[in-house]
Each structure stands twice: as C-alpha cells, then as structure tokens.
Design a protein around this ligand. Structure first.
Ligand code: NAD
Length: 463
C-alpha cells in the first residue's frame, strides 16, 4: 500500500506553498509589477495617514509629529527613493572577464530569492514592517509580514490594509504572537528578516537551521554617546538637543538606535548635565510629546533598574515612576555602578546614565569592552578623535554630532554587527539583502587556449 501524503503538521503549509507557486509563475519578477507594489505602498501611506496616526497613538502614545518623522514620512521618502532607483539596481552589472577567456562577458544578475518572511517589532511597528517589505517587493519576492502582537492596533491596521493596497496573491500578513512565530519558522523560507531581541533571535536562528534558511537579524544593543568637551554654550546646547531628541523624543527611548548611555569627561559632566536637565524639561513639558512605556512588563523592567539602591543614589534628574499610568519620568543617572543591570542590559526606555571618564579618549576602551553596538554617537569638533572612533571601535554605524538621523539616509546601510545583528538593509542594501547576486559568465566558441588542458608541461597555468 502506498504511503499517505503527510498531513501538514503546522498551519501555514498552504500559505507558503501558495506563495511559492506565485513566485514560480514569474509574476513577482516583473519590474512593472514591483513598481506597482511600491506605488501601492505609497498610496497606502498617503490615503491612510490619519488612521496610521491613530493606531500609533493607540499602541504607543506617539505624537503625530514623531509618527510622521520616524515612520510614515520616513517610509514615503524611502519608497520614493527605491522607485527612482529600482531600474538601476535591478540591471545586470558587468564584471571584468579574464583575458584567457577572451571573448567573454561576466555579469552579476540580481534575481529574487523567492518567499521571504519579515518579523517586525512593536516600537516602530509600521516602519519595521513596511521598510523591509518594500525592499523585499522591490527585489521581486513574495512576502509574509508577521507584525508584533505587542502593537495590536498597528498589526490589525496592516492586516486590513495591506491586502487592499498590495497584490494579495504575493503579500500576506499573519497575525499572532510567539506561538505563531514559531509555527511560521517550521517552514522553509528563502529569507527571514527578524527585528527584535537577541533572545528570540537565537530561537529564530535555531529554527532556521533545519531548512538552512538564511536569516538577517536586526537586534538591539547599548548605543553609546561620546560627548567631547564642547567649548561654546551654543555647541553644548545643540549637542544636548540632539542627545535629548535621540533619547526621550524617540519612542521614549524604546528604540534600537536610541542613545543608551553617555560617556563624558569628568570636568565637562556638570555643565552637560545642567543643559540636559533644562532641555529634557522643555522637551517633555507637554506630556503628549513623549511616547508611553509599552506595557506593564516593560514598566516593571525599567522601574526595577531604579530600585537598585546604588542606582537610585545616582539619580541626578527625574527618577519617579507611576505604576498606575505606567509612567517613568525622564531620568538622568550619574555614574551608576557599571555592574548594575542598567549598565549591563539594553535600557530601552527613558533612563539615561552618564558615565564619566578621565580623558575622552578613554571612552573608546569603554565602548570596546562591551558587545559591538548598533550605533555609536559622538559629539566633537576634534577630527583626530573622529578618526580614532571610526578606526578603533566597531558598530553598525557611527554618527558624529547628531543622533538617529543615519536611519533615514537611504544611501547608508542599516544593521548591526556581532551581537547587534547581521544583515543590512535600507535603500539599495534592502534590494541586495533580498536578492541573489547570480554570477553569469558567457563565453564564445571563437578562441580556444589548449594550454588549460592536459597533457601539461611543468609551467604554471595562469587564468
Ligand atoms: P521580541 O524579540 O520579543 O519580538 C519580535 C518579534 O518576534 C515579534 O514579531 C514577536 O511576535 C516574535 N516572536 C516572539 N517570540 C517568538 C518565538 N518564540 N518564535 C518566533 N517569533 C517570536 O521583541 P522585543 O524583545 O519586545 O524587542 C525589543 C528588542 O528589539 C530590543 O532589543 C531592540 O533593540 C530590538 N530592536 C531592534 C531593531 C533593529 O532594527 N535593530 C529595531 C527595533 C527593536
């Protein structure tokens, strides 16, 4: 008796095979189709703008200005950039063919990978879903997006609207939490892009190993901010605006690129702290201007940092917490113990430790003593220090005299290194992440060099 076909053990078998068939049909390869999907995304971002403000406010209490700057507007800019450049990125690229193969042509031909899976995170719940989605579509793939269940309004918005604006044959949204994520990972994907914590990243990698599924991991870290002595009041105020903006005005510090801690010379610390205090007061005077802590779990995690006796003693600004409203006051710490949780874990919230060093150059050793971060920020006019930071530290990005804006520079790759992740995307890098660069070599029958073949003499054969 012939064996019965295996019953699918997990619920997504037909979803994946359906998408594989769509890819097989060639529809997603067509450049006109890819452009139509990107235009669909743009329409979604324009026509549903108000709804997007609402869901982001619902999930995270984000102000519309912040939502537009970090998510909606950033996406519009990025998708337009992709639309403008797609033809060039998708064109075959010539490589030099060796003389012994004359006449020949060598080409790099990008081809779609197939069916890709995108896991997004809750802190930028639109951006972290739609940015990789647009890159994967531009590269000609079919895509499943698994939004974070911790931003449920945005997840529901994506599930309702993506099928209306994008080709529902090739783009699917799957809702659910960890269990659904694990079920999805039982299947063979042509690529997985995961944004989230290192803890879940490990689970994803382990599951991907079964099918040798390639995975890009966009994880977190402790992003340091090195602040050199700044001679003028103006420079100090500008630096502080940008530091406060890259901490408290970025989802209340709940962002992978948010400044985690500051390194500053002992002598300059008091002046810096004074300006930080007045600036954060100003930036957060209107409560709607700061996003809220996601949920009770994160509130408890953040307040537990401040319960540590020695950490509590290091508070120089803020420090109060309100369990009823899940509010953590913007807080500045001065030299909390380096072995306390607030200095060993990623903070992901509105607490900013200031760590003093004797000389600013010592900060590089400090940064090197920790896992490689997603971003390093430094405020300085000293070109020698800038070169040393670039050359003597390792991170996904280095930004001088600003914070977080590197995220919206389409020409720059976005991603981590070491424990902060692997695989870079945004702009052309997204296209490449979701493409196979196929090496194509075309030779003719015109010339034949017999020295390549036996019988050989004792000479060396150069190709
Ligand atoms: P998380 O790691 O818990 O969840 C991320 C995604 O994984 C969600 O879609 C979730 O449903 C899914 N998931 C959870 N458990 C799973 C499982 N067992 N199997 C499969 N999928 C599962 O998210 P978090 O911890 O709240 O995220 C915070 C972290 O994400 C921080 O470290 C932050 O720095 C990082 N982050 C990184 C970036 C980046 O672009 N590098 C952006 C945002 C956040």
């Amino acid at each position: 008796m012939g064996s019965m076909p295996e019953k699918p053990r997990h619920g997504f078998g037909s979803l994946v095979s359906g998408l594989q068939e769509v890819c097989e049909s060639g529809v997603t390869k067509d450049l006109a189709w890819r452009r139509s999907q990107l235009k669909g995304l743009l329409r979604l971002l324009t026509e549903k703008e108000e709804e997007m403000f609402d869901v982001l406010r619902d999930d995270l209490g984000k102000h519309r200005a912040e939502s537009y700057r970090d998510e909606i507007g950033a996406l519009v800019k990025s998708v337009n950039h992709t639309l403008r450049n797609l033809g060039r990125w998708a064109a075959p690229e010539k490589a030099q063919a060796p003389l012994v193969s004359f006449p020949a042509t060598a080409l790099v031909v990008p081809e779609p990978l197939g069916v890709v899976l995108v896991f997004s995170c809750w802190n930028l719940p639109l951006g972290l879903a739609l940015e990789p989605l647009s890159g994967a579509l531009a590269a000609g793939n079919a895509v499943v997006v698994k939004p974070s269940e911790l931003a449920p309004s945005t997840a529901a918005f994506l599930a309702t609207n993506i099928p209306k604006y994008l080709d529902p044959r090739a783009v699917k949204v799957v809702l659910g939490g960890p269990e659904v994520g694990e079920q999805l990972m039982e299947h063979r994907w042509d690529k997985v892009l995961f944004t989230g914590s290192a803890r879940i990243g490990r689970i994803i990698l382990a599951k991907a190993a079964k099918h040798l599924t390639p995975v890009a991991l966009e994880l977190g870290s402790k992003c340091p901010c090195i602040v050199d002595r700044l001679d003028s009041k103006r420079d100090t105020q500008i630096a502080v605006n940008r530091i406060a903006g890259g901490k408290w005005s970025l989802c209340a510090g709940q962002a992978c690129l948010a400044i985690d801690y500051v390194l500053v010379e002992e002598k300059f610390a008091p002046a810096l702290i004074e300006v930080l205090k007045s600036t954060v007061k100003r930036f957060t005077a209107t409560p709607e201007c700061m996003a809220r802590i996601l949920n009770e779990k994160h509130f408890k995690r953040l307040s537990s940092y401040l319960k540590d006796r020695k950490v509590a003693a290091s508070v120089v600004h803020g420090g109060s917490v309100n369990p009823k409203t899940l509010t953590i006051e913007p807080t500045i710490l001065l030299n909390p113990p380096l072995d306390s949780d607030v200095m060993t874990e990623e903070i992901f919230g509105p607490i900013l430790p200031i760590i003093t060093v004797k000389k600013i150059e010592d900060s590089m050793k400090f940064v090197r003593s920790k896992p490689k971060p997603l971003a390093i920020y430094a405020f300085t006019r000293n070109e020698k220090l800038k070169s040393r930071i670039i050359n003597e530290t390792s991170s996904g990005s280095v930004t001088f005299n600003d914070a977080v804006v590197q995220y919206v520079v389409e020409g720059l790759p976005f991603g981590g290194v070491g424990q902060s992740g692997s695989g870079q995307y945004h702009g052309k890098y997204s296209f490449e992440l979701f493409s196979n660069k196929k090496a194509v070599f075309k030779r003719s029958f015109l010339v034949e060099f017999m020295f390549r073949y036996p019988p050989w003499d004792n000479g060396k054969i150069g190709m």
